[in-house]
Ligand binder design. Structure first.
Ligand code: E4P
Length: 218
């Protein structure tokens, strides 16, 4: 399973990259706003800065909600850097734009997916990635992980090439469960990725080894 980090924070991206396990980055307008990035030129520059840190796909989301606007913005984003993937909302014009970009060989990530039917549409439109938001489904007492399993089953039935990019990951067990049900990619915060490292027996065992190594007088 590929690991993407879901942030526009350059320090977090750098830290995840230095772990050696990072495969890409996803951003969205909320994450960009959180970093205080304003103005089109700065936004575009920030996407390029992200691409220069990570060796993998970087999703940059369009703001427009009409087909023509999405095409214009998406083409501009895709031209920024070869690692950019155009992120499009799961609405009718977004599906149309996805089909348009896939016919031009421009990679896409269809976002704000909350049902298997929406994921089926994204695959038919040739999306490179589909982003089901599992955390936000869990937030409203719906089984987010079940959606990932449903999409896996549907995509496997028809051998769709669209990659399942499990998004809205909130914690470490989301990552482990995504891997168990066969998600192709997960995107989550640095804290959830670093959580995978933790086990008290590892710490206890390492302390013991360090203490015993002192007895060897190396
Ligand atoms: C996905 O691409 C989104 O950026 C993201 O995962 C949304 O997560 P949130 O529900 O934590 O905002």
């Amino acid at each position: 399973m590929k690991f993407f980090i879901d942030t526009a924070n350059l320090n977090d991206i750098q830290e995840a990259q230095s772990l050696g396990v990072l495969d890409g980055v996803t951003t969205n307008p909320s994450l960009m706003a959180k970093e205080g990035i304003t103005g089109k030129a700065n936004i575009l520059k920030h996407y390029v800065a992200i691409c220069e840190i990570v060796d993998g796909d970087v999703s940059a989301e369009v703001i427009s909600t009409d087909f023509e606007g999405m095409v214009k913005e998406g083409e501009e984003l895709a031209a920024l850097h070869p690692q950019i993937v155009v992120k499009l909302p799961m609405i009718a014009d977004g599906v149309r734009a996805c089909k348009y970009f896939s016919s031009k060989g421009i990679r896409t990530n269809v976002t704000l997916v909350f049902s298997a039917g929406q994921a089926l549409l994204a695959a038919k439109a040739g999306a490179t990635y589909v982003s089901p938001f599992l955390g936000r489904l869990d937030d409203i007492s719906t089984d987010g992980m079940n959606l990932i399993s449903e999409i896996r089953e549907i995509y496997d039935n028809y051998e769709y090439k669209t990659q399942i990019l499990s998004a809205s990951i909130r914690h470490t067990m989301h990552i482990v469960n995504c891997a168990k049900v066969g998600s192709d990619v997960m995107t989550g915060p640095l804290s959830a990725i670093k959580g995978l490292l933790k086990h008290p027996l590892t710490d206890i065992g390492l302390n013991q080894f360090i203490e015993d190594a002192k007895k060897m007088n190396i």
